[in-house]
Design a protein around this ligand. Structure first.
Ligand SMILES: CC(C)(COP(=O)(O)OP(=O)(O)OC[C@H]1O[C@@H](n2cnc3c(N)ncnc32)[C@H](O)[C@@H]1OP(=O)(O)O)[C@@H](O)C(=O)NCCC(=O)NCCS
Length: 373
């Protein structure tokens, strides 16, 4: 079996930042407007008064301090409460492809590859901006790559599942050098009027290059020792938007938005995550003490610390399980790849690490890695 490596990574980070303070201030203004408009119905007990959000709660419950967004305008306006941006036409590049071009170029430069080397592009994200033609094929055209391309979606596990597809395509002889991009344009799926979830997501795009050790020339590359994917159906994280919605005028206006039962997710998903990682490590004869880094999905600081403890069998030391949640928030499938991209330095050949995503589905994608060069 061919040795396959992640030979490059890249991240596109939108320039605009929304802090918790800004987000909570606008949310609380929205609450005041709502409660004033509905004062009579609230007094009659027909409408439930909205409660304030708080920065203290958000930081303690999630670890998030701020997030990057593509379009800040509208999000902080209590009369708008959503990103405001023009719909792009057929002759314009959609946001997700635009983000992916930047991340892809960084990953390709790290890997020492040009578009001419790439023969498969996988665009994997929690939301795909249009049904077809595939965004990945437009990205292929923009980069000037040959071969084939496709889009896929396994929510927060999209990146790891896509990397496993890339590995299998390489091992099956379908491709030699694969570009995986994860444009997570998450802000439009956030219900900024929901106290439970208005703080959760940020926008970002990550990219990785996957190839064999035969073609790898990169300095900092990571051999994929093993991969394990698992899914188990759950309704606890959902987004119901569908191309059939226009056939159902009764569709709930909240349909396009992300919704979750956060507590249940926390309780139900973590045991699956720990089991998938520990089973794959045991299969590969990798002991917890062998691990130098855990690049975990970034949804919640408490979840990450809990998972790291389960895997290592002790408290994680500073830098062992790096967090990017504080400045990026939850970036769906891109989170573990940002953690990898920003924290893959300072290790030597032979060092082992785990990269793992988890989320809606439920889905868990675990890669056990070893520094190759
Ligand atoms: C979403 C999440 C951060 C919420 O944290 P939590 O500790 O579970 O918080 P809860 O929803 O149970 O709410 C706790 C309390 O805070 C309150 N609260 C909720 N949102 C609040 C906000 N924005 N500001 C202030 N208080 C808030 C709740 O009303 C509740 O009050 P109560 O105890 O009086 O009933 C957390 O559950 C989580 O991250 N879960 C995992 C989610 C996940 O990984 N999802 C994958 C998505 S890709």
């Amino acid at each position: 079996m061919k040795d396959v490596v992640i030979s490059g990574s890249g991240v596109f980070t939108p320039a605009s930042i929304v802090t918790n303070e800004e987000l909570v201030a606008s949310y609380n203004q929205y609450v005041d407007l709502f409660n004033a408009e509905n004062a009579a119905a609230i007094a009659e007990g027909e409408v439930v008064a909205m409660e304030y959000s708080s920065c203290e709660f958000i930081e303690k419950a999630s670890g998030i301090k701020s997030r990057h967004v593509l379009y800040k305008e509208g999000i902080l306006d209590p009369n708008v409460m959503q990103p405001v941006f023009a719909k792009r036409g057929e002759d314009e590049i959609p946001e997700m492809v635009e983000m992916a071009i930047v991340a892809a170029k960084e990953a390709m430069a790290q890997a020492g590859k040009t578009a001419a080397d790439i023969d498969l592009i996988i665009c994997a994200a929690s939301n795909i901006q249009r049904a077809y033609p595939a965004l990945s094929i437009e990205l292929q055209q923009q980069l000037g790559a040959a071969g084939y391309a496709f889009d896929m979606n396994v929510a927060c596990s999209s990146a790891t599942f896509a990397i496993s597809n890339a590995v299998n395509a390489i091992r099956g002889g379908m491709a030699k050098v694969v570009l995986v991009v994860n444009p997570e344009f998450a802000s439009p799926q956030v219900n900024y009027t929901s106290r439970d979830s208005h703080f959760i997501f940020g926008d970002v795009c990550t990219a990785t290059i996957i190839e064999t050790t035969d073609t790898c020339t990169a300095d900092n590359s990571w051999k994929i020792l093993g991969m394990s994917l698992k899914t188990e159906f759950s309704n606890n994280i959902r987004c119901d938007v569908s191309y059939t919605d226009h056939c159902h005028p009764e569709v709930d206006p909240l349909t396009p938005f992300f919704k979750q039962q956060g507590r249940k997710v926390f309780k139900e998903l973590l045991p699956i995550v720990a089991d998938v990682i520990l089973t794959e490590m045991a299969r590969l004869d990798v002991a917890p003490d062998d691990l130098k880094r855990l690049w975990l999905h970034q949804a919640n600081i408490n979840m990450n610390v809990f998972a790291a403890r389960k895997i290592l069998g002790r408290e994680p030391e500073a830098g062992e399980a790096p967090l990017v949640l504080d400045t990026y928030a939850n970036t769906a499938s891109a989170g573990s790849i940002i953690a990898f991209h920003q924290n893959k330095q300072g290790l030597t050949a032979g060092d082992k690490a785990v990269l793992c995503s988890f989320g809606a589905g439920y889905s868990v994608g675990c890669l056990v890695l070893e520094r190759y060069r």
